[in-house]
Write a protein that binds this ligand. Structure first.
Ligand code: SF4
Length: 220
């Protein structure tokens, strides 16, 4: 680890090493939200706010069986979406976001989820994180979703000084070329779940501890 302030070039080299190490550690890292099309992924990502992907995956089969198109969601009977997604928490606002985004998709995009970040974030109820998840995982267009793991771990790695997701996305996308963006996010999220766990990071066994300025190796 460099001791004096790290240059951008050094930071770019370090993040690439982090990517490659984590890619070896978690070769199957992927989006854990079950989906079979862009609309399903958009809905699942809205549901995943403040909720585990596992819980979302328990809820979505019945939801996706009831609502197949954006127009279906837009025309949902009051309370129907809420009932199906209740266990994911914040279900009233999530149902509203799903309905509003679906209405926009049905009215402005003929029922097709748009494929650009600019259009996606214009949909009511859709923020940059959701938009980037959909771009990267449903369309194969590079996107860098920033969730709580990404905020915390990139801070520990001193790859960003910001706590703001939009700023963090900007910092990281300047360090990595687009082909790495989506997978970098998957890898960091997986690392946050399996090794660098909030409040009890396992630095002693961490695969990237030599690349992390925040490592705390317990005394023997
Ligand atoms: S060394 Fe510790 S703080 Fe750094 S990434 Fe690994 S587990 Fe997290």
């Amino acid at each position: 680890m460099p001791e004096s302030p790290e240059s951008i070039v050094q930071k770019k080299k370090r993040i690439l090493k982090i990517f490659k190490r984590l890619d070896k550690t978690y070769p199957g890292a992927h989006c854990a939200l079950d989906h079979s099309n862009p609309l399903e992924l958009l809905v699942a990502t809205i549901l995943s706010a403040q909720c585990t992907d596992k819980r979302v995956n328990l809820v979505t089969p019945a939801l996706f069986a009831s609502f197949k198109t954006a127009a279906d969601y837009a025309a949902a009977k009051p309370g129907k979406i809420e009932t199906l997604i209740r266990s994911t928490g914040f279900y009233q606002s999530k149902a509203r976001h799903i309905r509003e985004a679906a209405r926009d998709i049905a009215e402005k995009y003929a029922g097709e989820v748009p494929k650009s970040i600019e259009q996606l974030i214009q949909l009511r109820g859709v923020g940059r994180k959701t938009a980037n998840v959909v771009l990267g995982n449903a369309f194969g267009i590079p996107g860098m979703p920033v969730d709580t793991h990404m905020i915390r771990i990139n801070g520990l790695l001193k790859l960003t000084k910001s706590k703001d997701p939009v700023e963090i996305e900007k910092n990281l996308t300047a360090l990595l070329t687009p082909e790495y963006w989506t997978n970098y996010s998957h890898l960091i999220i997986t690392h946050g779940r399996q090794r660098c766990i909030a409040r009890r990071p396992d630095c002693g066994h961490c695969e990237i501890s030599d690349l992390c300025p925040s490592r705390k190796i317990p005394a023997c």
